[in-house]
Design a protein around this ligand. Structure first.
Ligand SMILES: NC(=O)c1ccc[n+]([C@@H]2O[C@H](COP(=O)([O-])OP(=O)(O)OC[C@H]3O[C@@H](n4cnc5c(N)ncnc54)[C@H](OP(=O)(O)O)[C@@H]3O)[C@@H](O)[C@H]2O)c1
Ligand SMILES: *[C@@H]1O[C@H](CO)[C@@H](O)[C@H](O)[C@H]1NC(C)=O
Ligand SMILES: *[C@@H]1O[C@H](CO)[C@@H](O)[C@H](O)[C@H]1NC(C)=O
Ligand SMILES: *[C@@H]1O[C@H](CO)[C@@H](O)[C@H](O)[C@H]1NC(C)=O
Length: 324
């Protein structure tokens, strides 16, 4: 493991030797804050040392991220785009074999970039070609044809439009299905993970199969539509934080890091951006790890917005293949 800048360690992908800073900066904000505020927050984060940025066609943050990168280059915060690691995601309406490459090209245009570092399938479900609404209308859901969609993801990498490809919100079962047909296996699976939803089974599966797990909503997404304060207000985490002179947020991020998992954290507040970087020069002891390990588990993000009486997922259990 090397280190890019400001002490953020890198994950090195086995396949092509690419480096990904383990701590990334999230750009999904709901309710939305506007393009200018997003761009300013990203610029500030680059100043503080963030180099890995997570966006998605669905977030509306590709353009502000692209503008922030241009500005960072022009004012000399970075010398070259290669210093950054940029991830975006394929939306369900473009998750059809013939739409994947055009969708990535559109994202690159929004980002004003020639290549992406990582391109992820956002959710393991498709919807009617070219529909972009969210929540997705019940009648617009379609099962994803993994064969043609994954082949098109591989084509994106072969065309050098992206250095790596991966998935998001995939269960062990769905990863098994992808691995069975893949020429290029997914490099990453980005899923909800924090001390209240530890993903033990999926972590084990990903480790055994060389897929790097990255955690989203690492703080429980407090203050967003999909989140709650159950991580930040967790008594066990608060106690550990107090004993260590840290915050519950830092304890949660540090715990994720110590599990060998990547982290995407979002803060548009300068103090909290700094705080979230301060997790690499201390560690949790065995007793603390054990207490976290024993926390009661439940999913924060159920994916209920992705169920439909018309299928392919009729229930939340269907989405996660019973891996609840
Ligand atoms: N693949 C997917 O389907 C998926 C799904 C969800 C998210 N994501 C990605 O993961 C990123 C992170 O996840 P998330 O945004 O859901 O949740 P999160 O990072 O767990 O939480 C973000 C919330 O916590 C607050 N916060 C940040 N640092 C804090 C601290 N140190 N103390 C107290 N509060 C703090 C932020 O407010 P302030 O900004 O005011 O600090 C924000 O409201 C997203 O932005 C997105 O890029 C991906
Ligand atoms: C992609 O990049 C590699 C390495 O630089 C190069 O050999 C290859 O020809 C490129 N492929 C395309 C389709 O441009
Ligand atoms: C998957 O992605 C969606 C869209 O960003 C997100 O709202 C949801 O929480 C994710 N689901 C899980 C369980 O990882
Ligand atoms: C959680 O978010 C709410 C709403 O934004 C905020 O008032 C509260 O202070 C946050 N809790 C913590 C522990 O940061």
């Amino acid at each position: 493991m090397g280190s890019t800048s400001f002490g953020i360690p890198d994950h090195r992908f086995g396949s092509n030797g690419e480096k990904m800073p383990i701590l990334g900066f999230g750009t999904a904000v709901l309710p939305p804050v506007g393009a200018e505020a997003t761009k300013m927050a990203i610029l500030q984060s680059i100043k503080l040392g963030y180099r890995h940025f997570d966006t998605a066609a669905k977030y509306g943050s590709e353009q502000p991220l692209g503008e922030a990168i241009q500005e960072a280059l022009s004012i000399g915060l970075i010398q070259s785009r290669d210093e950054l690691f940029i991830t975006t995601k394929l939306w369900c309406g473009d998750a059809h074999g013939d739409l994947v490459v055009p969708a990535l090209k559109r994202s690159l245009q929004n980002l004003k970039l020639e290549y992406l570092d990582l391109f992820l399938i956002h959710w393991p479900v498709s919807c009617k070609p070219g529909t972009y609404e969210f929540p997705i209308k019940e009648e617009n859901f379609l099962p994803m044809d993994f064969n043609s969609v994954w082949a098109a993801m591989e084509e994106c990498q072969r065309l050098n439009l992206t250095k790596s490809i991966g998935v998001s919100n995939f269960s062990c079962k769905k990863l098994t299905d992808i691995l069975a047909i893949a020429n290029i296996p997914p490099a990453v699976n980005q899923v909800e993970m924090n001390p209240m939803w530890q993903q033990k089974k999926l972590r084990e599966f990903c480790r055994a199969n060389g897929i790097f797990l990255t955690a989203y909503s690492p703080l429980g997404a407090n203050g967003t539509f999909w989140g709650s304060d159950r991580v930040l207000e967790c008594e066990v985490l608060k106690e550990i934080a107090k004993a260590k002179g840290k915050t519950a947020a830092q304890v949660s991020l540090r715990w994720i890091y110590e599990q060998g998992v990547g982290v995407i954290v979002k803060s548009f507040n300068g103090e909290r951006m700094k705080q979230n970087l301060g997790i690499f020069d201390w560690s949790l002891d065995e007793d603390e790890l054990k207490k976290i390990d024993e926390l009661p588990q439940s999913r924060g993000v159920t994916g209920v917005a992705y169920t439909s009486k018309y299928g392919p997922f009729r229930t939340v259990e269907d989405i996660w293949d019973g891996e609840m």
